[in-house]
Design a protein around this ligand. Structure first.
Ligand SMILES: NC(=O)c1ccc[n+]([C@@H]2O[C@H](COP(=O)([O-])OP(=O)(O)OC[C@H]3O[C@@H](n4cnc5c(N)ncnc54)[C@H](OP(=O)(O)O)[C@@H]3O)[C@@H](O)[C@H]2O)c1
Length: 233
């Protein structure tokens, strides 16, 4: 049984991961913006002592320390951190003045959010000799195929951060995994029409990968998992 912090669990990939890890008997601490979003669902903390919900905004540092302290008070420790919260903008290289705010939003949500939260949890993770950090990146964090300069830059930077996390955590038994999908059938990909939704990677299948990683020992944790739903040449 793990004590797991998950961001982005209100919808999409993060929600599927939370649902799967709950079934597997873990304790879940879910950091979300709308703390009522699980009312009367399978993730409602009112019906399950293994679930804790705390207000969390990737762009608000205070919400992180509050969430982490609350979790330690209720569960006693934290041994797993899963970063799923993220946003997507089509900001390209020659962005307009009206679009400039998107670069700040992408940077703060996709990079600084995971960075600051990891910093907040790190001391707890170090206490356990088999802690895990799993981060949803994207194929856009590994190569640039189109003109998504803002999103791509934020995800490349996040990949760099995760490589450093791996280095810093290694001797303490913290193992870091990055998951980089192409298109996943969630709200984020709802406007994508180049591939049928049923042919995209499904969130529940990413949840299966995460559940498997959490069962592996320190000597067998993959750092970098790329997932393609279409052939990349
Ligand atoms: N879908 C894809 O095709 C795809 C492909 C590759 C990588 N990814 C990555 O996978 C991760 C999950 O994506 P998804 O497809 O599940 O997206 P999604 O369905 O759009 O869900 C995004 C999640 O991030 C949360 N979030 C956004 N901004 C936040 C903030 N400032 N503070 C706290 N939470 C915030 C959202 O919470 P609210 O409900 O409050 O908005 C929601 O839970 C992201 O990092 C994304 O970049 C997705």
């Amino acid at each position: 049984m793990r004590r797991i912090l998950i961001t982005g669990a209100s919808r999409g990939i993060g929600k599927s991961i939370a649902e799967r890890l709950l079934i597997e008997g873990n304790k879940l601490s879910l950091g979300i913006r709308d703390i009522n979003c699980f009312d009367n669902t399978g993730l409602d903390p009112k019906n399950n002592d293994n679930i804790l919900v705390s207000q969390y905004d990737a762009r608000n540092k205070e919400s992180m320390s509050r969430w982490v302290n609350y979790t330690i008070n209720k569960f006693g420790s934290i041994d797993t951190l899963i970063h799923c919260a993220g946003i997507f903008h089509r900001t390209n290289l020659l962005f307009s003045d009206e679009e400039e705010y998107q670069i700040k939003e992408l940077w703060e949500t996709n990079l600084l959010g995971p960075w600051y939260l990891t910093r907040e949890v790190w001391k707890e993770l170090k206490k356990n000799k088999e802690s895990r950090v799993i981060t949803l990146i994207s194929m856009s964090g590994k190569r640039s195929k189109s003109n998504l300069a803002g999103y791509t830059a934020s995800k490349f930077a996040l990949m760099g951060l995760c490589q450093t996390m791996r280095n810093e955590g290694w001797d303490s038994g913290i193992r870091v995994t990055t998951i980089s999908p192409g298109w996943v059938n969630t709200d984020m990909a709802k406007d994508i029409d180049i591939i049928d939704k049923s042919l995209m990677t499904q969130p529940k299948d990413i949840a299966s990968i995460v559940a498997s990683i959490l069962k592996l020992p320190n000597s067998c944790i993959p750092f970098d998992i790329s997932i393609n739903c279409n052939l990349e040449k």
